[in-house]
Design a protein. Sequence first.
Length: 193
Amino acid sequence: MFKKFFLFLFIICMLVSCSKNNQTKIEHIVCFGDSLTYGYGATAGQTYPYFLQQMTDIPVINKGFNGNTSRGGLNIIDDILQFKNSIVIVEFGANDFFQQVPISKTKENMEQIVDKLKSANNIVVLVSTEDKQMNQLYVMLKSLAKEKKVLFIDGILNEIWNNRNLFSDRIHPNSKGYKSVADKIYKNIKHLL
């Protein structure tokens, strides 16, 4: 009886060990988005991707562009697809909201972005910006993440929104604010690293 139990335990341990060794190594963390990803308002490049790099041993690539919309992200997706076996943090939608792009169009663009990133063997993480002011966007992104089976991080600005000392203007954090954003993202992705 004990021999069978120990044999069973040994086989389980070997399977767990082998499955961990066969996991794909994360090569990069790619931060893909608009001015919040770019780091508008930060001093000396102290963006959330910069702070995220300080928290990990994995290269972090900043692919944020001021003013970018989900359509703009889709237009440059090929530049992001060069990164394989990466975590891609996707942060779009706020500029769609400000430019009054229909939520259905934003969803369509985001679906294509997620599908293309997943097809390149990336782990996709969708993030929303601030959930109270842009609730319709938040609901759509959360639903899309569930539908596409990707990680969702709600409101990267939620915790700091009411502390205006952490902002460089009405929308964009300053360096201390971006540090808080990086902290929140890291807490949500560290289990993937």
